[in-house]
Design a protein around this ligand. Structure first.
Ligand code: ZN
Length: 478
């Protein structure tokens, strides 16, 4: 079944058809780097990272472009408050954003264009709009003439005449029509500015994305993404600027993610009033936090509260625990590649159905349930069960990590490294415990076990003897 995506412009789920078979160009609006990212920013990051990963997993060569808005009113304001240059602020928070994305397991963009690095491309686009009479200049400001683009409002499903209410009153006296928006802003005293054919100034926000997306992906690129809050006016304006200037389609598919809502007071239990994204990753862990982001369909609202975070933690722990148990039980046996097939198909079908991550995660749960039923036989040495469990464990980690970006393999590797280091110590203790038990000195045996538990080592007695693992190291935020 081919991938379908809900397209905001067409207002229906449509088959995903790239302009060039096998290749995908994706543009997702990036951060305005004026402060730390918060939990809300993480949702678009994870949703489009998962879309990108799923496309790559499905065999597409993906080119992912995300801009950095490094000049803007808020950046200028903060720079003034701290008495530093605007570039100091944008550099600091661009670096912080990249670090946080890395910690969240979000793959870095293939191209990360800076707004201030694309002023010539923006000015060329503005010049075309002026030449086509779709824009006009007023004392160094350039405005887009909204009524010169009849398709305006198609993305957000609004009629131009309905937009008059609540319209932006900025520069109202300078604009021909209150609906018009700034393409280029004339320099104000003490503000950073760059030369242009209309005098010194800086670009409007919307023109950045129109210019940078077309520069790095070409016109008619495949997927434009962002939060639902960007549909109007930002994306509406991006389309208008490009299509009014060139008469060609700007982007073939428009994908938007729903917003994050802050939960009730219960949230304070484990996360305090933490809404900073870096702090949330520290507190919750990459894997569980991503599972929380993926716990609702990407277009639905999502609530940040303890209950949902606890659920996500439990899911992650279940996956890690099974992957680890499967790996141990399987040993070096060849995986039986037929076992996980139906689970894999269910997972891929869910992702192909408008990126339905909650159903895809449910398919992984089904895989774990199936595998758990075979674990005992596998642990007892049944070769068919071992081969089946090997395939289920490997498939779980592949789908969860490669497509959902959970980072299970990292957690397992960290635990394995720790276990290798402490094995002589633990084995020595377990030897003493076995001797104590043989001598019916259960007090000593229990004391040894308690000591190990306190150190984060879980001991389980099986018919084949005591087995142990470093439980602490398996925690996502360990
Ligand atoms: Zn944008």
């Amino acid at each position: 079944m081919p991938l379908t995506l809900y397209d905001t412009l067409r207002r229906e789920e449509v088959p995903f058809v790239p302009a060039e078979p096998g290749r995908v160009g994706m543009y997702v609006c990036g951060p305005t780097v004026q402060g730390e990212a918060h939990v809300g920013h993480g949702r678009a990051a994870v949703v489009f990272d998962v879309l990108r990963r799923h496309l790559a997993f499905s065999g597409y060569a993906v080119r992912f472009v995300q801009n950095v808005t490094d000049i803007d009113d808020k950046i200028i304001l903060r720079a003034r408050r701290e008495d530093v240059d605007h570039a100091v602020i944008s550099t600091r928070y661009a670096a912080a954003f990249a670090r946080t994305m890395d910690d969240l397991g979000v793959l870095p963009p293939d191209v990360r264009p800076l707004a201030t690095g694309h002023l010539l491309e923006m000015q060329a686009l503005i010049s075309t709009l002026l030449a086509e009479d779709k824009a006009y200049e007023v004392d160094g400001d350039v405005f887009f003439r909204v009524r010169a683009f009849p398709a305006y409002g198609a993305l957000s499903n609004r009629r131009i005449d309905d937009l008059m209410e609540g319209v932006d009153v900025v520069d109202r006296d300078r604009k021909e029509d209150p609906l018009d928006f700034a393409l280029w802003k004339a320099a104000k005293p003490d503000e950073p500015s760059w030369p242009s054919p209309w005098g010194p100034g800086r670009p409007g926000w919307h023109i950045e994305c129109s210019a940078m997306a077309a520069t790095h992906l070409g016109a008619g690129f495949d997927i434009h993404g962002g939060g639902l809050d960007l549909v109007f006016p930002h994306h509406e304006n991006e389309i208008a600027q490009h299509e009014a200037a060139h008469g060609t389609t700007f982007a073939r598919h428009w994908v938007h993610n729903g917003m994050v809502q802050m939960g009730d007071a219960k949230m304070s239990k484990s996360v305090g009033n933490v809404v900073g994204l870096a702090a949330a990753i520290d507190e919750v862990g990459r894997g569980p936090l991503r599972l929380w982001y993926l716990s609702a369909h990407h277009r639905s609202p999502l609530t940040f509260d303890d209950e949902r975070l606890d659920d996500a933690r439990a899911v992650f722990q279940r996956f890690v625990t099974f992957a680890r148990a499967a790996h141990r039980a399987a040993g070096d046996v060849e995986p039986d590649a037929a076992t996980a097939g139906p689970h894999r198909e269910a997972f891929v079908a869910a992702m192909d159905d408008d990126l339905n991550a909650p159903v895809a995660v449910a398919a992984l749960h089904q895989l774990v349930t199936d595998g758990s039923e075979r674990l005992r036989a596998a642990a007892a040495g049944d070769d068919a069960a071992r081969a089946a469990v090997a395939d289920l464990g490997t498939t779980l980690v592949t789908l969860a990590d490669d497509v959902l970006g959970l980072g299970i393999a990292d957690v397992l590797a960290r635990a394995a490294a720790l276990e290798t280091r402490i094995a002589p110590l633990v084995e020595g203790e377990l030897g003493l415990r076995a001797e104590a038990r043989a001598a019916k000195d259960f007090a000593t045996a229990d004391a040894i076990r308690d000591r190990l538990t306190a150190a984060g080592v879980v001991v389980e007695d099986t018919p084949a003897g005591a087995v142990w693992y470093a439980a602490e190291a398996l925690r996502p935020d360990a």
